[in-house]
Design a protein around this ligand. Sequence first.
Ligand SMILES: *Cc1c(COP(=O)(O)O)cnc(C)c1O
Length: 335
Amino acid sequence: MIDLRSDTVTQPCKGMKSAMMSASVGDDVYGEDPTVAILQQKLAEMTDMEEGLFFPSGTQSNLVALLSHCQRGDEYIVGQNAHTYKYEGGGAAVLGSIQPQPIEHASDGTLDLAKVRAAIKEDDFHFANTRLLALENTIGGKTISLEYIERAKQLTQDHGIGFHLDGARVFNAAVELDVPVSTITQHFDSVSICLSKGLGTPIGSVLCGSHEMINRARRWRKMVGGGMRQVGILAAAGIYALDNNIARLEEDHNLATYLGEKLTEIEEIELVDGKAHTNILFVTLRSNNYTELGEYASQRGLLFSSGEPIRMVTHRHITKENIDQAVNILKGFFA
Ligand SMILES: *Cc1c(COP(=O)(O)O)cnc(C)c1O
């Protein structure tokens, strides 16, 4: 199988499994798991934040971040296609009574700061209280520039609102920009990072922020059922990933670019934006036969996310040979 559906489909490698096997553990609800403590500390340092908190999923980590920044009746400004708005079951609204204020994305994935400014409500009892701006980096694979982040930060400071980053794939952004991840994250009040995407762990996200924010987050995490026990076994996978799997994300990016280049050989396929962004490539079909292509490809061992556009994602298990094979399967369909 050549599985390009997502970078979440990876299997833990031997080294990761043996790190998990030999992890020292304790009851993390009592704050007694030494391996969880190491992981949280490590990511707090890497992101230039005061403290980290381990979560089973990025959805829960983002939810708890929103609950920690906003109260019932508050509002957060977010991109129309952002994960926290579109792909998390409406959790902020359902579980937090936090009103999302979505904004259309510009073509580079950013939110026009004039639109953000216009969406920030003045203090008037007719309005929800605007409390937070949430960005995502990478978004749809696109890396948000440091220059933009600095301007967005300035805006949040001018209006006294919080600034959260859904950094599920922020290490992909750091590798693409060739900077330490803190160069990106230092501008935010909090960041949620997934270990189970390109970094290749079976599970886990870490929310980083100030001591004060993480104290609030710990209470919310308990409330939504994310307080876990001897999870050093899982945190060990995260530590292994941070030590071994960051620099190699560049290989995923190069292979996604290579895939994009090869696909330009197929007339019926059109690349969204003309190329891949980090490890993600979107394509549309001039021939419009999405369902047929998806069936043809999966029968031949090639999987991708079969929406319109189609999404293809590279990860640890994808080789250059796999990309060549994938392109041949696609060529076969159109021939
Ligand atoms: C995957 C993802 C999440 C959520 O992670 P889960 O662990 O799947 O809950 C959040 N934000 C973005 C941008 C993601 O890609």
